[in-house]
Write a protein that binds this ligand. Structure first.
Ligand SMILES: Nc1ncnc2c1ncn2[C@@H]1O[C@H](COP(=O)(O)OP(=O)(O)OP(=O)(O)O)[C@@H](O)[C@H]1O
Length: 304
């Protein structure tokens, strides 16, 4: 379906002023000026607490053409999920990156400089993109269990404030030493597995922690999630990641499997805490699906 960009006039920006230690606020006037170049009516709503972004989206239902999430990955997740819950006349969606990693904004090709990102948004390049769904919840970037959950849970907020993206890698290094295997049963058309694992990841966007460590063929319009099962994080696996070998050709290696699928059923013992775009609230079992071309989104042309 093609979109006439001139019909998108009312833009509502939901801004998390605390994201990225207030990174967006420092440049807000210039950001706003650029947005006004592209949209006739630009309104800004600041959040004051977690969860408020989703309530603002509900209030805006039927009153706006576009919702822009301004903040980090947590803000993007909360607002995108609320937008996706709108069934009739859903507004379009966009991202102004303002957090530490901004993983999904990178998948959309958004410039990491907020003023340049505002210029990209004003250019009104609309694309329908895939999103993920599991057990009635939505995600945009990734769904994971095991090591990935330990990594994001163990990030020390002080280290994050001081070292930014590096804090993710420090936490990953720590988690690699203390991981525990769990029983997993994976069932999909493309791949079946029963055994023990350290981590399972199903991703829509290719970026994790601000880099592109795995997933050679990720595409946010192909109707498929890219899946990585790590049975055991061996030294050779860590080398493959560090040397970016997984992004080249290998689909199977010592202790890992890579596949693509549009629907995956996952059962574990014991139950695992799910990390979904960095948010951790739900547990396995789950049926994880890719909903193709579900969200009308503003995209940019930056490459990373
Ligand atoms: N005014 C606010 N004060 C505190 N938290 C807020 C506020 N507004 C929103 N939040 C919550 O802050 C959480 C974290 O935000 P976000 O992820 O955007 O920023 P960040 O943590 O700085 O960035 P990143 O995730 O990239 O490290 C979100 O879950 C969001 O709901």
């Amino acid at each position: 379906m093609t979109i006439n960009p001139s019909t998108i006039k009312k833009a509502s920006v939901i801004l998390n002023p605390s994201a990225g230690q207030g990174r967006l606020l420092n440049q807000w006037d210039a950001v706003l000026e650029q947005l006004k170049v592209g949209f006739e009516d630009v309104r800004v709503y600041e959040t004051s607490a977690p969860g408020e972004g989703a309530s603002i989206v509900k209030e805006l239902e039927g009153k706006t053409d576009l919702i822009i999430a301004a903040g980090g990955d947590g803000t993007v997740h909360e607002i995108a999920e609320a937008v996706l819950s709108i069934e009739q006349n859903r507004p379009a969606f966009g991202i102004l990156p303002g957090g530490t990693c901004n993983d999904f904004s990178r998948a959309l090709g958004m410039n990491q400089n907020p003023i340049k990102a505002a210029v990209q948004l004003s250019e009104k390049n609309f694309t329908h993109i895939d999103v993920g769904e599991f057990n009635g919840h939505f995600f945009t970037n990734f769904w994971g269990i095991g090591l990935i959950t330990h990594v994001s849970e163990s990030i020390d907020p002080n280290t994050k404030e001081k070292f930014g993206r590096l804090s993710y890698y420090l936490s990953a290094a720590k988690s690699f030493q203390t991981w525990e295997p769990f029983d997993i049963s994976i069932s999909s058309e493309e791949f079946q597995f029963d055994g023990q694992a350290a981590m399972f990841l199903a991703v829509n966007g290719p970026f994790t922690g601000g880099i592109r460590p795995f997933f050679p063929d990720t595409d946010i319009q192909d109707g498929k999630l890219d899946c990585l099962l790590i049975e055991e994080p061996s030294t050779s696996f860590i080398w493959d990641v560090l040397l970016n070998r997984l992004s080249d050709t290998s689909k199977e290696g010592q202790g890992y499997h890579y596949f693509q699928s549009s629907e995956i059923s996952i059962k574990t013992a014991p139950q695992q805490l799910i990390d979904c775009d960095g948010e951790r609230q739900h547990h396995t079992p789950a049926v994880v699906k890719c909903l193709q071309n579900q969200l009308l989104t503003l995209t940019g042309d930056a490459s990373f």
